[in-house]
Design a protein around this ligand. Structure first.
Ligand SMILES: [Zn+2]
Length: 196
């Protein structure tokens, strides 16, 4: 168990309905991550519809076409709203953990023709620096032990299972390719084992 503090929570009206926003602080640096909770996720034995989502400032705020993060978050929230129950664990770790500055540096390399994975490698980072331990701890804190995980990434399933969360089912989130993200999606499929 990482040092996890449930720091704040409030119900927020959103376009997906009422969402309980729960802010966690982790470790000595008090790194903040967020759970977006709909309904009573601690009740019963049925798997809880869940997504572990990594912050993507460029996709979610700037609406960059270089990736499908915003679309995936939106689909996940809609699925949860329709089900009336579920949770998105929103990990505030930009660019698979490399940070916004390094992500934009990698974009600069991609603009010179280097693909997304190779660009990160050139910057000296692993394919995916995320740890799912914190996400697993957050789910556990919310009373969630079994999930139907919305992801195209088998690594996420393995990561959560390793963190002690039972992934009863994987729910695919299909992304619509556009002219800018088609190569990104293809690289994710080819080099990172995503099913797209
Ligand atoms: Zn993104």
């Amino acid at each position: 168990m990482s040092e996890l503090v449930r720091y704040a929570e409030a119900e927020v009206p959103t376009e997906y309905g009422r969402v309980r926003v729960v802010v966690y602080q982790v470790g000595e640096e008090r790194e903040e991550h967020v759970a977006l909770v709909v309904g009573d996720v601690a009740a019963g034995d049925a798997p809880v519809l869940a997504r572990v989502h990594s912050e993507c400032w460029t996709g979610e705020v700037v609406r960059s076409h270089k990736c499908d993060c915003r679309d995936q978050l939106d689909r996940a929230m809609r699925n949860i709203a329709n089900a009336g129950r579920g949770v998105v664990v929103y990990m505030r770790q930009e660019g698979r953990g490399i940070g916004l500055g390094n992500k934009v540096r990698a974009y600069a390399l991609q603009n010179e023709g280097v693909d997304t994975v190779d660009a990160n490698r050139l910057l000296g980072f692993a394919d995916d620096a995320r740890s799912y331990d914190v996400a697993a701890d957050i789910l556990r804190d919310l009373g969630v032990h079994r999930v139907a995980l919305m992801t195209n990434n088998p690594g996420k399933v393995r990561g959560l299972e390793a963190g002690g969360i039972h992934v009863a089912e994987r729910v695919a989130l299909r992304a619509e390719p556009n002219e800018h993200n088609a190569e990104y999606l293809a690289v994710k499929a080819r080099k990172m084992g995503h099913s797209l």
